[in-house]
Ligand binder design. Structure first.
Ligand code: ATR
Length: 280
């Protein structure tokens, strides 16, 4: 009797741009696991039917990307992280129950731990720029690690206020015009907006205003070194890039589906870095 190969996929619309197949297939090969990871192009209106038949399609789980992250949340049993973010990017079947998490939270934290060990030892104030779904994952992560004060600045102030309403008083709102003034006592700044992404304007801030021990993180990974990170490096500041976060967020899904906690190696980073560079 042959056993079916364990398989997972990334579900999205569009899904061609996703680097998840490259990451997971690298790990499958590296650990010599007889598994598969595929792309599944699924329209919004077909998503519920698709995940209802996940097991029948031979899948033990999946990643979910645009535009399905909120629908996946509603159609699965989310863990605490997914509930805090309100969106899901990782699904897995456990005793016929479709469970879910948002691995951006640990992707962000694990990458920060790797780039700036002990960053949370004396993390007084963090400045989060942006107030979308990625900001929710970052804020939840920072709060879970004991950051006392998180100032959120967003172009649309009402979205930052909505985050304060859901996360509580450790989150404060700064007007968009005050971003630069907020740098003076920030131990960490995180860009969660699309600013700095290929084709978008840069998040241009005078980083000389930051304390010299400050850490600068960006969730954008195209390009890997955003103008913000380039400026931070030029000022001698420690940085954490979006590629690192992308790789670290993939760890949990792989472990859940294929039973092995994979390592984020320099070789994997170079592989994805080269792919991102060649796609430009
Ligand atoms: P995600 O869920 O990936 O975080 P999103 O919800 O679309 O995506 O959020 C994108 C973020 O980038 C928002 O904070 C957005 O600001 P608004 O809430 O004001 O739209 C921010 N953003 C995008 N383009 C921007 C720009 N040109 N200037 C400033 N902020 C921008």
């Amino acid at each position: 009797m042959t056993t079916a190969v364990r398989a997972a996929c990334v579900i999205g619309w569009p899904v061609e741009h996703s680097r998840s197949p490259l990451i997971h297939n690298y790990w499958l090969k590296r650990y010599d696991i007889d598994g598969e990871y595929r792309r599944e192009t699924v329209r919004k209106e077909d998503f519920a039917a698709f995940i209802a038949t996940l097991a029948a399609r031979g899948y033990v789980g999946a990643n979910v990307t645009v535009p399905h992250k909120e629908a996946a949340f509603a159609l699965s049993q989310p863990d605490e992280r997914a509930r805090a973010v309100g969106a899901v990017n990782t699904l897995w079947l456990e005793d016929n129950v479709l469970r879910s998490t948002n691995s951006d939270v640990e992707g962000f934290l694990d990458n920060l731990d790797a780039c700036a060990p002990h960053w949370d030892r004396d993390a007084g104030k963090a400045l989060v720029v942006g107030a979308g779904g990625a900001a929710r994952a970052v804020i939840h992560g920072l709060m879970s690690r004991g950051v006392e004060r998180i100032v959120v600045a967003n172009r649309t102030t009402s979205r930052a206020e909505a985050l304060q309403a859901s996360f509580g008083e450790r989150v404060q709102v700064a007007g968009w015009a005050r971003v630069e003034a907020e740098l003076a006592d920030a131990a960490l700044i995180v860009n969660t907006t699309t600013l700095g992404m290929h084709g978008q304007p840069a998040l241009a801030l005078d980083l000389a205003r930051l304390p010299s021990h400050a850490i600068v993180a960006d969730i954008v990974y195209v390009p890997v070194v955003t103008p913000l990170l380039a400026a931070a490096k030029a000022h001698g500041l420690v940085t954490a890039d979006g590629l690192g976060m992308l790789l670290h967020q993939a760890v949990r899904g792989f472990a859940l589906w294929f039973g092995k906690t994979p390592e984020v190696t320099g070789e994997l980073r170079a592989l994805i870095d080269a792919d991102l560079a060649s796609a430009k």
